[in-house]
Write a new protein. Structure first.
Length: 134
C-alpha cells in the first residue's frame, strides 16, 4: 500500500503477543493489523507504547517482518517462521541477520544455530510449518 503523504511504502510485519505463564512466555495471539511502528522503533496501539524490550514483563510483544517471499502454498514467510525445504530436505527457521542484511534459513543442530542459505526469491521449495513460538 502506498502512503500518500510520505510517498513511501508501508512495511509488512506481524505482531506476536506473548504472555507470562509461570516462568515462561507463551504465545497468546498473532496480529496482522491494528498496530503502528513508529520511526523510532516503538510499537504502539491506540497511542499507547507497548513492551517490546523487557521479556520479564507481561505482555511482551515481538515484531516479525515479512521476508519478501511466499511458500509453496502462497503463505507469506515472516521472521521466526519454521519452514521445510523439500529441495534441500531440511527444516529450519527464517531469521533476519543484520550482519548479512538479509533473511537467512537457519538450521538448529542441538544448541547451535547454523546459517544455511540466503532466502532466494526464485526458490519455491519452502513450506511453512508454524511460527517459532511455544
Amino acid at each position: 500500500k502506498k502512503l500518500k503523504k510520505l510517498g513511501c511504502y508501508e512495511m509488512d510485519y506481524r505482531v506476536v503477543k506473548l504472555c507470562r505463564v509461570g516462568h515462561q512466555l507463551r504465545l497468546k495471539k498473532i496480529y496482522y493489523c491494528g498496530y503502528y511502528l513508529s520511526p523510532e522503533g516503538n510499537l504502539k496501539r491506540n497511542n499507547k507504547q507497548l513492551n517490546t524490550y523487557d521479556r520479564r514483563k507481561s505482555p511482551y510483544y515481538c515484531v516479525d517482518f515479512f521476508s519478501g517471499q511466499k511458500d509453496k502454498l502462497g503463505n507469506k514467510l515472516y521472521n521466526n517462521d519454521i519452514v521445510y525445504s523439500s529441495a534441500l530436505n531440511v527444516e529450519g527457521v527464517i531469521e533476519f541477520r543484520p550482519d548479512k542484511a538479509a533473511f537467512v534459513l537457519m538450521l538448529k543442530q542441538g544448541n547451535m544455530k547454523i546459517p544455511y542459505s540466503f532466502l532466494d526469491c526464485y526458490d519455491v521449495s519452502l513450506k511453512k510449518i508454524k511460527e517459532n513460538y511455544n
